[in-house]
Design a protein around this ligand. Structure first.
Ligand SMILES: [Zn+2]
Length: 276
């Protein structure tokens, strides 16, 4: 599942290549539930003729702003990818939206498992209302030890579960949560209110570290689903310390990495470095 680093990689890839381009055509919608707050007809009425002004990210949402304060917002969920293909590119299986730009390029939303969603917002007020209801502080932009300490205070939940809660902290999913907790040497089952000030400081730094590393390596393509805008996998999967490494040696101490279930989600950790 794409998390913050994968969405950030997509935003950074798109920014220099689509800002300033004008929408020529919108089409290819074959899955109406992908558009929770609009229709293909509405996209076709609104977007053609408008120029891309900005590409950004909030949590795991990719934001594309067009002229006249119109916004397309993409959440890729399990398997969604945003590809920028040349005008003569062959059709891609599982394409659910295609936007042709005036240099001929095709912006495609491709999603085999169909959990991904594309929203249309008719103003930044509408957009911010939507994001504000769903997202806590952004784990790359807004997070530091003070913010994290304030968020964790008086919370009794397990730290791993809180990290996955987008309204608590936006952008982190299962993979980067496991990596951050390993990096910070915090056991995933610890409760939020049991973390010491030193551990909170370490965790805030670790979150930033694993996200920045993920971005520098163009994201993580675990189980080969995530692709960048040119359909290339990321490189970070070769550098994971805990996630997906059950029974393999901890890179810090050599003890085998453990895997447990917390609710329905798996958690990978080192039982020696991350004490209960
Ligand atoms: Zn260890």
């Amino acid at each position: 599942m794409p998390e913050l680093p994968e969405v950030e990689t997509t935003a950074r890839g798109l920014r220099p290549r689509i800002i300033g381009l004008r929408v020529v055509r919108v089409g290819g919608v074959d899955w109406t539930r992908m558009l929770p707050n609009s229709t293909e007809a509405e996209l076709q009425a609104v977007l053609p003729g408008l120029t891309v002004k900005l590409v950004d990210r909030r949590g795991k949402y990719l934001l594309i702003e067009f002229e006249q304060d119109q916004w397309l917002v993409i959440h890729r969920k399990m398997s969604g990818n945003v590809l920028l293909r040349p005008g003569n590119a062959l059709p891609e299986a599982h394409t659910h939206l295609e936007i042709e730009l005036d240099d001929g390029a095709l912006l495609r939303f491709v999603d085999p498992r169909k959990f991904g969603r594309v929203y249309l917002f008719r103003s930044s007020v509408e957009l911010n209302e939507f994001l504000g209801e769903r997202l806590g502080p952004d784990s790359l932009i807004d997070l530091d030890a003070t913010v994290l300490a304030a968020k964790l205070r008086k919370r009794k939940g397990r730290v791993k579960s809180l990290l996955l809660d987008q309204a608590f902290l936006a952008g982190i999913g299962n993979l980067y949560a496991d990596e951050a907790l390993w990096e910070a040497r915090v056991h995933p089952l610890r409760t939020a209110d049991s973390l010491t000030r030193v551990e909170i400081r370490r965790l805030a730094a670790a979150i930033k570290t694993v996200l920045v590393r993920g971005i520098e390596r163009n994201g993580t393509s675990f189980s080969a689903t995530y692709r960048d805008i040119d359909d290339r996998p990321g490189e970070n999967q070769a550098f994971l310390n805990a996630y997906g490494r059950e029974s393999e040696p901890c890179p810090r101490c050599g003890r085998p990495i453990s895997r447990i279930l917390i609710g329905s989600r798996s958690a990978h950790f080192c039982p020696r470095c991350q004490k209960r």
